[in-house]
Ligand binder design. Structure first.
Ligand code: AHR
Length: 661
């Protein structure tokens, strides 16, 4: 039973043994999980502004308005993206032939910013032509729809890349890119039509949106899992993520379906495909930028088991006897990341501009896969028999690569119970757990990891988020419960070596799944409260766990603990004791934290995350900083035997204390 503070004035006494350094907190502990869901890659982090730039969508002109005299052809210069458009004289001096691209929910430009237009083009019958390129707006009352213009002169029968820089003289959230072939010009073929801001993350040509990449960097991730998620598996084998298609020149990376275009009928996006412009090279490069460990996940030869409930059906999964190509993909990936520049795949990396290895250490095999027992389909160990084959062959060639298995989509239940011991038998290094669970689950599983077997593999909490019951969107309350749960992750750092909140990104006009860590439209972004929770942990992860107890027990929202969760770490680099306290109750709680081993009074610095009036509060595009962590201080008294930090933690609040030892 809970009573108000005024009525009980009960003080919760906690003990932190500041001299008893426990398990190291791995550098990989708090990370990011990236999947191209909610337009996270194309239309999101990947800064390309043109949709269907290579005309390879199944409807080749999807995203385009073509007018005048045009034809879609398929014998273009890029073998794996053969389609292009032929533009010809419209038949009269005053008529136009051309194309207009709608972008991803519009093409948005910022006043003063510059954009790099590029196109592969030729005049197949010889001669020269002019492509009149413009950015157009939707302001039908304006004098000229074209607010930026540039001409691109095309000449000769050979395919060449042409570029032009466009400087926006206004901010336009919903513009379009228009290309005219005006007047009597030579027939002109156009292919791979692209538009990028020049101000990308690190200024790279095939770059990322600077604001979104910066937000990732600011999370201080220790590990970066990519490229998903369910897209690793594919709806069928054909649509699985194939990393080899995602490297090399962007013009020749073949398009892949994106399962999130149709997975939810109530959030249907028929124009959602994967261009692979953000591919494995770019993922590795981002890891290097952020100083975190890359963690690629590859298909284990099983396509999505949710979407294919009968795995015995022909063609759904790769037969055990045909698994070699998939294992080869895994071995080649390791070579791509770590091999010398003269190895087959290391050479591909070097040719892309990175002769030095990426120093890959971890590899995930399979995403949400599972085995079946007699009561559940009876199809047997379809996942673990495949994983075993991967394991044997990868370990033979690369014994130092740490392999990550999975316990499937559930955090408990028959499938989890079946897989967890199998991960131990298979001696994988870590296994990936997923839990999208409600408030009750998060509040009642504070001790989840305290009771795990320490002799098995380590844990990677690879996807998790609190999904409010009947409130499945970002709001303060669920983020707070994530913070509470993470005290258990931190306390058990000997076991849990990585944890990544999921999903990461969502476009406000194109999401399929929420809550998510970072939201954006084409011009703006905001960080959710869950983002800040992750960041607060990552920036205060310390180096070693310190024992923290209340009446001899871990503080995990247990009976008598009045909704308090807490954990503590020591940071060897700064000499600080860091205590995290989450008050999930509806009233303030008095805490008295005995810092055993520290003497004398001093000041603690604090970082506090609280709602701004309602537990349903959330940051939005219009109010991106409604809820952010606030810095403060607290007093540490000398105490009789040791220093004591007395504080009142407000209701529904996450607070971090840092005390110099
Ligand atoms: O994060 C969204 C999805 O949730 C992932 O693709 C999948 O792994 C999980 O089911």
């Amino acid at each position: 039973m809970t009573t108000t503070l005024a009525a009980t004035a009960q003080t919760h006494v906690m003990d932190v043994k500041t001299t008893k350094l426990g398990a190291p907190v791995q550098s990989t502990m708090y990370g990011i999980f990236f999947e191209d869901i909610n337009y996270a890659a194309d239309g999101g982090l990947y800064a390309e502004m043109v949709k269907n730039r290579s005309f390879e969508f199944p409807q080749h002109l999807m995203g385009w308005r073509a007018f005048g005299k045009f034809e879609v052809k398929n014998d273009g210069p890029f073998e794996r993206n053969p389609h292009y458009v032929r533009l010809a004289y419209a038949g009269h001096r005053d008529k136009f032939t051309g194309l207009e691209n709608e972008g991803f929910f519009g093409i948005a430009t910022k006043k003063g910013a510059t954009y790099r237009f590029s196109v592969w083009a030729r005049c197949p019958e010889g001669g020269t032509s002019t492509l009149e390129v413009s950015l157009v707006d939707n302001d039908t009352m304006g004098e000229d729809q074209r607010f930026v213009k540039a001409n691109v002169e095309v000449s000769g029968k050979e395919w060449k890349k042409y570029t032009a820089e466009l400087k926006a003289n206004r901010t336009e959230p919903k513009g379009a890119l228009r290309i005219f072939l005006g007047g009597k010009k030579a027939v002109t073929d156009v292919e791979h039509i692209s538009l990028f801001p020049t101000d990308t993350w690190k200024g790279r040509e095939n770059g990322m949106r600077r604001d979104l990449a910066q937000a990732l960097c600011d999370m201080k991730p220790g590990v970066f899992r990519f490229p998903g998620g369910c897209i690793v598996e594919g709806t069928d084998l054909e649509s699985r993520y194939q990393w080899k298609n995602s490297v090399g020149p962007v013009e020749n990376r073949p398009l892949n379906e994106n399962r999130w275009h149709y997975t939810f009928g109530h959030r249907f996006y028929p124009d959602y495909f994967q261009s692979y412009g953000l591919g494995f090279f770019e993922f590795f490069q981002l890891c290097e930028d952020f100083g975190c460990e890359p963690l690629p996940v590859i298909s284990c030869g099983l396509s999505c088991q949710f979407q294919n409930p009968d795995p015995t059906k022909k063609g759904v999964h790769v037969d055990m006897d045909d698994l070699e190509d998939y294992i080869e993909d895994a071995l080649d990936l390791i070579e791509f990341a770590n091999g010398s520049a003269d190895s087959e795949w290391g050479k591909v990396r070097a040719e892309m501009g990175h002769p030095e290895p990426f120093n890959l250490k971890f590899l995930g095999v399979g995403n949400e896969q599972w085995d079946y027992d007699e009561k559940h389909g009876g199809y047997g160990p379809v996942f673990t028999e495949r994983l075993k084959k991967f394991r044997d062959e990868i370990r033979k060639e690369y014994p130092n690569i740490k392999l990550i298995g999975t316990t499937g989509p559930n955090s408990e239940g028959w499938d989890f119970d079946l897989l967890q011991p199998r991960m131990k038998e298979l001696k994988v290094d870590l296994y990936d757990e997923h839990y999208y669970r409600n408030e009750e689950w998060f509040l009642s599983h504070g001790l989840r990891y305290d009771v795990y077997d320490r002799k098995g593999p380590r844990v990677f909490a690879g996807e998790y988020a609190c999904h409010g019951k009947g409130k499945k969107w970002n709001h303060f309350e669920t983020s707070l419960y994530e913070a509470a749960h993470m005290t258990g992750i931190e306390r058990n750092a000997d076991l849990v070596h990585m944890a990544t909140y999921a999903p990461l990104f969502a476009h406000v006009e194109g999401w399929q799944w929420r809550p998510d860590a970072i939201w954006f439209d084409n011009l703006r972004m905001f960080k959710s409260v869950s983002y800040y929770v992750q960041q607060m942990y990552a920036m205060n992860k310390g180096t070693n766990v310190l024992p923290l107890t209340m009446a001899g027990k871990p503080v995990a929202g247990q009976e008598g603990q009045d909704g308090l969760f807490a954990s503590s770490v020591f940071d060897k680099a700064t000499g600080e004791v860091i205590v995290k306290v989450v008050n999930t109750s509806k009233q303030a709680q008095a805490v008295s934290i005995n810092l055993l081993g520290i003497k004398g009074e001093r000041k603690a610095t604090t970082l506090t995350l609280s709602h701004s009036g309602s537990m349903d509060d959330e940051n939005t595009l219009d109010q991106p900083e409604k809820i952010t962590p606030k810095a403060g201080t607290a007093s540490v008294e000398a105490g009789k035997k040791n220093a004591v930090l007395n504080d009142e933690v407000p209701a529904m609040t996450f607070r971090i204390y840092k005390v110099k030892k």
